[in-house]
Write a protein that binds this ligand. Structure first.
Ligand code: IP8
Length: 266
């Protein structure tokens, strides 16, 4: 059985509008599913987003653009503060996973990764230790040169891990209350779920760029296209629909958006 890498969206595990607000009620049922998968011998890797533990403060201090000499004091404080918040969020995620019997090993990117985007550097081999569920998250990382620091999104971590970790079967993005990618704003009654994404499909998203310092849904789509073109298939599903997720992980029919593995890899 190949590995599965799962992104717990920041909008799913936190309230994106309320600073530092964790949603344990969203993570708990998921942790039961992840625990079952791990105990069945499935190799599970987890990446989580930042939600209101990262984006709000990072946006206010302009951290995604890197070092700004005119804002040095403010940015230095914000880098420390966002890093501390991310450790806090990661700690709460780990507590719930461990309470569900999952043997986790965490990898805060600031300790091993440098640079942002899909070309960040760092040894991904640390995620290969067998018998563990490896966990990482979007973070403030060091960047070479004048930029000094920047935001490494969990979506770029998903990309590199899905493509470079050994024998990955599937990359899954868990969304907050929507079933996948829609052709129009999902609140529009005419909106249709895109069940199979191909590069011609046009889509829109309500995920708000004013609150997000990384890339919202557009970044997820870009990353998913790259993963599925040379690596495993990618699936977007509703992270609040446990029955549907059980069907997905059991290999049954499920509701969601699939980015199929490129033909040459089938
Ligand atoms: O929520 C962003 O990670 P993402 C990380 O996975 C920070 O895009 C610190 C804002």
């Amino acid at each position: 059985m190949g590995g599965v890498i799962i992104k717990l969206g920041g909008a799913l595990i936190t309230d994106k509008d309320q600073i530092h607000t964790f949603r344990p009620e969203a993570l708990m049922p998921l942790a039961s599913i992840l625990s079952e998968m791990a105990s069945e011998g499935r190799r599970v890797t987890i990446v989580h987003g930042a939600g209101s533990f990262g984006h709000i403060e990072a946006k206010q201090a302009g951290l995604a653009g890197g070092y700004d000499p005119a804002r040095e004091t403010e940015q230095t404080q914000a880098v420390d503060s966002v890093r501390a918040s991310m450790i806090n969020l990661n700690g709460m995620v780990l507590d719930i996973l461990r309470e569900h019997g999952i043997d986790c090993q965490t990898h805060p990117p600031r300790e091993w990764a440098k640079g942002t985007g899909s070309t960040f550097t760092g040894d991904i081999g640390r995620f290969e230790t067998p018998g563990k569920v490896h966990v990482t998250f979007g973070d403030v990382v060091d960047v070479d040169g004048d930029m000094r620091f920047g935001i490494l999104s969990g979506d770029h971590l998903m990309e590199r891990l899905a493509l470079e970790a050994e024998d990955m079967d599937m990359a899954v993005f868990l969304l907050n209350g929507i079933d996948g990618l829609y052709d129009k704003d999902p609140k529009d009654p005419d909106a249709r779920l895109i069940r199979e994404y191909n590069s011609e499909a046009s889509y829109t998203t309500t995920l708000d760029s004013d609150k997000d310092v990384t890339g919202g849904m557009a970044l997820k789509v870009d990353v998913s296209k790259r993963i599925s073109s040379s690596g495993p298939k990618v699936v977007f599903v509703n992270g609040l629909d446990m029955e549907n997720m059980r069907r997905l992980f059991a290999g049954e029919e499920f509701t969601g958006t699939v980015f199929k593995r490129a033909k040459s890899h089938e």
